[in-house]
Design a protein around this ligand. Sequence first.
Ligand SMILES: [Fe+2]
Length: 305
Amino acid sequence: MKAINENTITDAVIEQLSGTPDPRLKQITEILVKHLHAFAREADLTPGEWIRGIGFLTAVGQKCTEFRQEFILLSDTLGFSALVNSLHDKRGADLEAATKSSLLGPFYRKDSPVMEAGATIVTKPTNGMETCVYGKVTDTKGRPIADASVEVWQPDEHGDYDLQKMDPSEMDLRGRFHSDAAGRYHLRTICPVGYKIPMDGPVGDMIRAQGRHGWRPSHIHFLISAPGYREAVTALYIEGDEHIDSDTVFGASDSLVVRVSRNDAASPIPGLPSIGYDFRLAPVAAGEGSGRVGADPSELARASQ
Ligand SMILES: [Fe+2]
């Protein structure tokens, strides 16, 4: 009989895991145990702190519903979702040249209405600033991809998505466009504003306890896809937002920041403020599927962003 103490417990647990038939599950759980134990040792965790942590995680689980995923919100606010996305971006062929991923968020819908180039995704009265969003969809060499699907969704001028303010049978500020033969897309929308993550649950309590503001900078979500290419799940972040360098869920990144231009000669809708951005898709790696980043809200309950 071996002594079980703070020095031997980690090896004892890993020994019990050694018969795990699935090699990836074995690898992940071994690493998890090592880091979890190292965390307790480094923090010199007390039983009181441990039970408080258990209580917090219990509350996170109890806050989850069909329409609210507090665990994803916890993952997002700890930077874990953004880290997993970054690891995904580095995996596969020619991905350094592809558009960086950002968080899919909870407000994506598969059934966005298909729209003609240049159509507006605004369906309700709004005081928002009308804006043209345009650009190209290309491969990582800059060659145009024709008939790529460009799905776009965003909050309104108050920071609310349609799913937050109206019945799901209605839609606003979302649509699906297709690139033309030269890879070009363009649409009309309004410039969104930033919003706070849901602060009425245990993650909100954590954010307040950490003295954080809870805001996300203004952004427009995109899901770009074309046969043979890895999906780009990303978002464009509006330059000048006061929270652009302190996004609570760490989705904003320098290569995804765009400027609203008042006099852009390249814009296909003259006279309208415009945002120009070209999306670069990486080829699908063998056996990879679409390479979707993040949970599909139809499969996982809605989360935070
Ligand atoms: Fe969002």
